[in-house]
Unconditional design. Structure first.
Ligand code: ADP
Ligand code: MG
Ligand code: MG
Length: 514
């Protein structure tokens, strides 16, 4: 596809047509649960005391073009990536060597590692681990060649938006399939001819992983036996609740599994591990149903991925409590740590020991090579070398992003700000950050975004693809269930560096393959 075709995308809308489309999408979003709770700042004091308000999730009016070769490659590699991260998680010694280097500069990572050591000392009782992963990419363009798939990051905890993303696909597909002349159809465009966004079965895939773990847990370990359930551990006041409810509804309605939501600050109040039972079942007492008890097969964390969620030592006690229980954790502490940006940088190292090949020994070397092709150059900053050179030189810094060991968006330092930022922190702390070359996602299409405060923005955009995968594995790294399916497209203004939807930088989108 040439730039000229992009320059005509999306088809123009008159002011009246745009307003009509925006109104249609706002209503569709609420009717179908493509929604979020509004940010507190958007609610005048005292007007939503009972938390009844919801608004549309930030969403684009049109699907965005995305290269089919990159989309297919991302899907083809997902189960390979799933297995890679399961294998890394099982190699506690290797993981520990990388993580230990971060401990003196990163309290959060240090506390996660300490949590693992504490449970290890007592002994883990659950050999199975569950991952619900999302591998994020951009289509990287170098002049004169076809776009290639480059990984932005690999998420091992609280990988979100599977639920809402599937809905955006439905919304755009409905608009595309609406016959010409119908009130809500798009104006014609050649990209729309016999083209709708690919199927998006993220909800089925992610729920399928949770259901596989629930089944693999086996019988109740309590005497007398208790009914079994899945527990979603969530943030208090979570705004992205409807995304999570898409998964729990599917688990309940299709897999017939009871699911409870538990804010992380209630873990120590509402769950316990009977001290008399060496199997350490995690028992959940629903506060709304006094006297009833469930045994938790699977703890799904949509919380506890950021340091500010651990408000006191009580939160760390709660994390240890979950980790030492017999419930299957999604993720375990070790699996969460395997998602550190540092691990991704070490895997991508072009010289020194070939960690990637070691972890993938037994795999087809051609597949290892394809995985390696998705890595963008990344550098360690622990000592003088190429990374420091590139980061401290204002010219080369412009082509890079500096990342700490954090999740959830809003944590990175970009381009011209890198040298001054590094000089503002003690040199001994530099090793807590990795330097990554910026991916160049051109050519740029335009799109129009409807933000969750109703604002409508039009401009050149950059899109980031996420592909979902799930894997259940035992302590040897052997997979009992390894599946991929479903995707997320997030689109942001070209000039915006960051990318998260929840962090307010980008909008949910869907894909038109070209
Ligand atoms: P987080 O775990 O906080 O989401 P990311 O590594 O995904 O951290 O970085 C956040 C955002 O920064 C991404 O969504 C993307 O928009 C941008 N970003 C990160 N790395 C790169 C890169 N190498 N090239 C271009 N943009 C990047
Ligand atoms: Mg992340
Ligand atoms: Mg990210």
């Amino acid at each position: 596809m040439t730039d000229s075709i992009f320059s005509e995308y999306p088809p123009g809308l008159s002011q009246a047509q745009q307003e009509y489309l925006v109104t249609t999408i706002k209503d569709w979003a609420i009717q179908n649960g493509l929604a979020v709770r509004p940010p507190p700042a958007a609610i005048p004091d005292g007007t939503d005391l009972h938390r009844v308000l919801a608004t549309n999730a930030p969403v684009t009016l049109f699907p965005s073009p995305f290269p089919a070769v990159c989309f297919e490659e991302a899907k083809a590699l997902q189960t390979v990536y799933n297995q890679l991260y399961a294998t890394i998680t099982c190699n506690e010694e290797w993981l520990g060597r990388v993580i230990e280097d971060l401990i003196d500069v990163d309290d959060f990572v240090a506390n996660l590692w300490k949590t693992h050591l504490e449970v290890k000392k007592e002994g883990y009782v659950q050999p199975l681990s569950l991952g619900l992963f999302r591998s994020d990419y951009m289509a990287h363009v170098t002049p004169g060649s076809t776009p290639s798939l480059k990984q932005v990051e690999f998420n091992t905890i609280s990988s979100s938006f599977g639920g809402l993303s599937a809905l955006v696909r439905t919304l755009h597909a409905e608009l595309l399939m609406s016959p010409p002349g119908f009130p809500i159809s798009y104006p014609p465009h050649h990209l729309f001819e016999s083209n709708i966004p690919p199927e998006n079965n993220a909800v089925e895939t992610l729920s399928g992983g949770l259901a596989a773990a629930h089944t693999a847990y086996g019988m109740s370990k309590s005497t007398p036996a208790l009914p079994l359930c899945v527990l979603f551990v969530v943030q208090d006041g979570e705004r992205n609740i409807f995304d999570q409810l898409a998964l729990s509804k599917h688990l309940t309605q299709v897999h017939k599994i009871p699911v409870f939501r538990l804010p992380s600050n209630r873990i120590l109040n509402d769950t316990l591990i009977p001290s008399s039972n060496s199997s350490r079942p995690l028992i959940y007492h629903p506060p709304h149903s006094p006297g009833s008890a469930f045994e938790v097969t699977t703890v799904y964390l949509r919380a506890y991925y950021a340091p500010d969620e651990y408000k006191s030592s009580k939160d760390w006690t709660a994390r240890v409590h979950l980790e030492r229980s017999a419930a299957i954790k999604c993720p375990t502490v070790l699996n969460q740590l395997s998602g550190c940006k540092k691990i991704q940088q070490v895997l991508a190292e072009p010289t020194g020991p070939d960690h990637l090949s070691s972890f993938m020994s037994g795999s087809d070397p051609a597949v290892v090579a394809r995985l390696r092709e998705t890595f963008a150059p990344q550098y360690d900053l622990s000592s003088d070398g190429r990374g420091r050179e590139l980061a401290l030189n204002p010219e080369t810094a412009m082509k890079h992003v500096l990342k700490p060991q954090r999740e959830g968006g809003g944590n990175n330092i970009y381009k011209s700000e890198i040298p001054d930022f590094l000089r503002s922190i003690p040199e001994k702390d530099w090793k807590g950050w990795v330097l990554m070359e910026l991916i160049n996602p051109a050519p740029n299409a335009e799109n129009v975004a409807l933000r969750n405060d109703g604002e409508v923005l039009r401009g050149k955009v950059i899109s980031e693809l996420g592909v979902y995968g799930t894997i259940l594995w035992d302590s040897t790294g052997k997979a009992l269930h390894n599946d991929q399916g479903g995707w997320l497209l997030r689109t942001k203004g070209q000039e915006v560096n960051e990318g998260g939807v929840a962090a307010g930088f980008s909008s949910l989108d869907s894909i038109l393959l070209y």
